[in-house]
Design a protein around this ligand. Structure first.
Ligand SMILES: Nc1nc2c(c(=O)[nH]1)N[C@H]1C(S)=C(S)[C@@H](COP(=O)(O)OP(=O)(O)OC[C@H]3O[C@@H](n4cnc5c(=O)[nH]c(N)nc54)[C@H](O)[C@@H]3O)O[C@H]1N2
Ligand SMILES: Nc1nc2c(c(=O)[nH]1)N[C@H]1C(S)=C(S)[C@@H](COP(=O)(O)OP(=O)(O)OC[C@H]3O[C@@H](n4cnc5c(=O)[nH]c(N)nc54)[C@H](O)[C@@H]3O)O[C@H]1N2
Ligand SMILES: [Mo]
Length: 815
């Protein structure tokens, strides 16, 4: 989230699209209710199904799965065409005035720089024109045909309401009605929040769906303000913490990145990540990358990380490719991964194309499952009849189960969607032999280290040199770990030298051994250590900030700065300097966030700006970009192009992409990675004519709650949902048994016939949607069911590799 849960109450318009908060985030949804009750907010829901969120909405519109870029591209076209923009914001706080070079081209769904054989882009033609000092050239009038605003306007002028309706199946009048609601948030004193989750992320172009919405929000001036923002509703408790701490295979803590194989040279590694401002006077925070990185290496390797050895850069693995989960199972299938540790992860149930996951696990030498429950994955080798029809005798994988605790049985902090780190205390001791994850990992590490000490090995150094400063080596405490993430001074941390008097003594900002108060104190000279720079400030000399529980709200807009601790720097709303105009005056006097008081920035939040950067210095609010402004057009960073473009899902009921009807190569995302063999496993509309999607039910949490009797009673049995039209066409009655097939497998289950899913007219094709809840499997106390992921395709988003669970095709018949 750019904003936070409580802040949703400040919205004038709430758009829930690509998520179903009333069902999947029922506690957080109360803030939508608050906005409706106390702020006369209007709730708009766009979803293929009439959901529990839709039931609360002022307006609901249906959409075909996987077509949100077309819909939102149409919204952008509407906003520009009807002059519903917050123009001052657009001119000053986005890259609308930046000039592109004439190398940038787009035609028939493909951007300049495409390499078809590699299915990837060289983004060099997407850059800005530069002046002699290396700064980007701009046209403040926004008239130059090469400025971002004009290029973007031309790009989305193709997304007419008629075409949107043909692609999305949303009736034209419903689409225009949604546009009108959204447009009401264009005024400087109006705010719209966007709440989304997997309905956008789980697509082969999911990142770009989110970017399209972000562009819309920027045009409306809705980022950095109370009641606004792009608000990703996260999943498991602490999945936000997982990404923050760098558990994705290509990242390091605090969104630093692992080097690639080609990056053997440390100085070059730093140089490519240390942003240089593209505008005079701008500060761009990634210019501090070396401070964060060196402090991380000091936290990990202590005295073994020295300036001479480039802070132990050689200890970091250099990636030949990303090892995301799709990649891991592909390599397992090829026999190239022999051992696998599943910690709090049930991939047989949760990953796409179950047959491929089964086959991969069966090729392993060993599988370790660390989990409080008996999962499907741990039993992948056992035959459960139709639900897991495997040949046990042929599977040689050795499976180890290590029982762990769950969150309620340990102390620690959880980071919520709004970036709040909230400390919690254990509620019960774990049963039986269960041990905490930290203890399990710590003992594994100790034992592996002992083996390296005893036997040597190819390259034991990174393991032998790792710091392990915990009181009990086999049981680091949550407090110790939190303090390590926060970071401390190794030697005294000094203020920078005074440029006017370089010989004057430098003030001591933190004494050796002290916990650091904030990441502004981090240094790249080895004097500081911090395990995750964005968490610096969570455990200071003043103690555990995450345990604070003071809900005082002096401005009355939910900015409770003394409740828990929010990264970064206890800032609650990101880019909050954008809540005031260029002169520092709040856009909305009723909802003041951060403003200039004549001497400094202040207000109801921690300013996302150097506190004394006077407005006439023109330091811009989006300090994490080199531009200092937000990117409508992304010259780098996106795999499939600088402007989002609609592509069809890899499995679609349509045969052409109406945005580029003459170019079959732009049918589905041209930059998405598809493994050999998986392209062939995609179904064709003649065999699989119906759109399908998978989703959650409030009564169950993934695959765990079927172990609990009360949950099993509230949703006792697997089912799929179809609309009345399709039921009639297929002669299926409510409660009938049906067989649902994709090109990868079939499931047999009970059919719910509902008014909540309607057939859509997509350019003359009648598109039916089959809805498939996620939660069943063959372990637990609930009635057994098929894993929904028997059906889903093995392809992911081109940037994140999140699988395309939300849009694929099936056939259905009475069983
Ligand atoms: N009770 C309960 N709550 C949960 C969970 C749970 O298992 N049970 N899981 C948690 C986790 S890990 C996560 S990540 C979150 C997920 O939270 P959500 O993303 O809200 O959950 P889903 O039900 O998977 O999907 C949301 C909606 O996306 C819609 N959708 C599908 N395809 C499209 C599309 O192409 N466009 C649009 N606009 N909408 C589409 C579906 O119809 C569905 O209503 O929930 C969390 N909360
Ligand atoms: N078709 C389809 N598939 C999906 C999705 C979808 O929408 N559609 N959604 C995807 C999403 S968003 C997600 S997040 C994944 C979820 O996929 P998984 O994370 O694989 O599924 P869970 O059942 O939540 O598995 C988590 C496991 O962690 C265990 N656990 C709980 N607490 C602890 C703990 O403290 N320590 C340890 N070691 N284990 C613990 C639980 O018992 C459980 O077995 O599913 C994905 N799969
Ligand atoms: Mo999730």
């Amino acid at each position: 989230m750019t904003n936070h849960w409580v802040d949703i109450k400040n919205a004038d318009v709430v758009l829930i699209m690509g998520g179903n908060a009333a069902e999947a985030h029922p506690c957080g949804f109360k803030w939508v209710t608050e906005a409706k009750a106390h702020n006369k907010a209007r709730l708009v829901v766009v979803d293929p199904r009439f959901t529990r969120s839709a039931a609360m909405a002022d307006y609901y519109a249906p959409i075909r799965v996987g077509t949100d870029i077309a819909f939102l591209g149409g919204v952008i076209n509407y906003l520009i065409g009807n002059n519903k923009l917050q123009m001052e914001y657009v001119k000053q706080y986005t890259n609308a005035p930046f000039l592109l070079t004439d190398q940038y081209k787009f035609s028939e769904g493909i951007f300049s720089g495409y390499n078809e054989a590699k299915r990837s882009y060289d983004p060099s033609s997407w850059g800005y024109q530069k002046d002699k000092d290396g700064f980007a050239r701009v046209d403040e009038t926004l008239q130059d045909p090469l400025c971002v605003f004009q290029v973007m306007k031309a790009h989305y002028s193709r997304y007419t309401p008629e075409l949107v309706s043909k692609i999305c199946g949303t009736p034209k009048d419903a689409f225009l009605k949604v546009c009108e609601y959204i447009a009401t948030s264009a005024g400087p004193d109006r705010a719209m929040t966007v709440m989304y989750a997997l309905g956008w992320t789980q697509h082969s172009q999911g990142s770009q769906m989110i970017r399209t919405a972000a562009i819309m929000q920027l045009l409306l001036g809705n980022i950095g303000i109370p009641g606004g923002g792009m608000n990703a509703l996260r999943g498991h408790s602490n999945i936000q913490g997982l990404t923050d701490l760098g558990l994705l295979t290509n990242s390091l803590p605090g969104y630093l990145t692992l080097p690639r194989e080609a990056e053997q040279d440390y100085d070059k590694y730093l140089e490519t990540r240390t942003l240089k401002p593209l505008r005079p006077n701008q500060m761009s925070y990634w210019s501090n990358y070396p401070k964060f990185h060196v402090s991380l290496m000091k936290a990990w390797y202590g005295n073994a990380a020295t300036k001479e050895n480039n802070w132990a850069y050689n200890f970091l693995p250099k990636l030949d490719k990303n090892y995301d989960v799709l990649q891991a199972f592909e390599l397992m299938g090829q026999g190239k991964i022999n051992g696998y540790i599943c910690q709090g992860f049930n991939p047989l149930a949760s990953f796409p194309h179950k047959a491929k996951i089964n086959a991969g696990l069966a090729k392993l030498k060993f599988l370790i499952v660390i989990d409080p429950l008996a999962t499907e994955t741990a039993d992948f080798w056992k035959n459960y009849g139709v639900y897991n029809d495997v040949k046990t005798a042929e599977i040689k994988t050795e499976v180890f189960r290590l029982p762990s605790t769950c969150f309620a049985e340990e102390d620690g902090s959880l980071t919520n969607s709004g970036r709040w780190l909230q400390w919690h205390w254990k509620g019960a001791n774990p049963p039986g032999e269960a041990r905490t994850d930290v203890d399990i990992m710590a003992e594994l590490f100790q034992r592996i280290k002992a083996l390296y000490v005893k036997d040597g090995g190819a390259y034991p150094d990174p393991i032998l040199a790792l710091t392990w400063p915990y009181r009990i080596a086999r049981s680091p405490s949550a407090e110790e770990l939190a303090m390590e993430y926060n970071g401390k001074a190794i030697t005294d941390v000094l203020a920078p030298p005074n440029p006017k008097d370089p010989k004057a003594p430098q003030a001591v900002l933190a004494q050796a051994g002290q916990q650091l108060a904030g990441f502004g104190l981090l240094r790249d000279d080895g004097s500081t250590a911090a395990g995750c720079w964005i968490y610096t400030g969570c455990w200071t000399q003043a103690g555990n900030q995450m345990a604070r529980r003071d809900n005082a709200d002096p401005f009355g807009i939910g900015q409770t700065l003394n409740w828990a601790w929010s990264w970064p720097a206890n800032r609650r709303i990101l880019y909050n300097r954008a809540s005031s105009d260029q002169s520092g005056k709040p856009w909305n006097a009723k909802r003041k966030l951060v403003f200039w008081n004549g001497k400094a920035w202040g207000g109801s939040d921690v300013p996302d700006m150097r506190p004394d950067a006077a407005p006439d210095e023109h330091v811009q609010p989006f300090i994490m970009t080199a531009e200092g402004v937000a990117r409508l057009f992304a010259p780098t960073g996106m795999a499939e192009g600088p402007l989002p473009e609609h592509y069809e899902p890899f499995e679609s009921p349509m045969t052409v992409n109406l945005m580029s009807p003459n170019n079959p190569k732009a049918f589905a995302n041209p930059a998405a990675r598809v493994f050999k063999g998986d392209m062939e496993a995609f179904g064709k509309p003649k065999d699989f004519p119906y759109a399908a999607t998978t989703y959650r039910l409030t009564e169950h949490f993934h695959y765990w709650t079927k172990h609990v009797e009360s949950n099993a009673i509230t949703q006792p049995q697997q089912f799929v949902e179809i609309g009345e039209d399709l039921a009639k066409e297929k002669g299926i009655a409510h409660g009938d048994k049906v067989k649902v097939r994709s090109n990868r497998g079939e499931i047999i289950t009970v059919c719910v016939v509902t008014k909540r899913i309607k057939a859509l007219d997509c350019n003359g094709t009648k598109v039916h949607t089959v809805g498939i809840p996620n939660h069943w499997g063959f372990k637990g106390v609930a009635k057994m069911g098929y894993l929904a992921n028997v059906l889903t395709p093995f392809v992911g988003d081109a940037n994140t590799q999140t699988p395309e669970y939300k849009a694929f095709t099936v056939n259905i018949e009475k069983a």
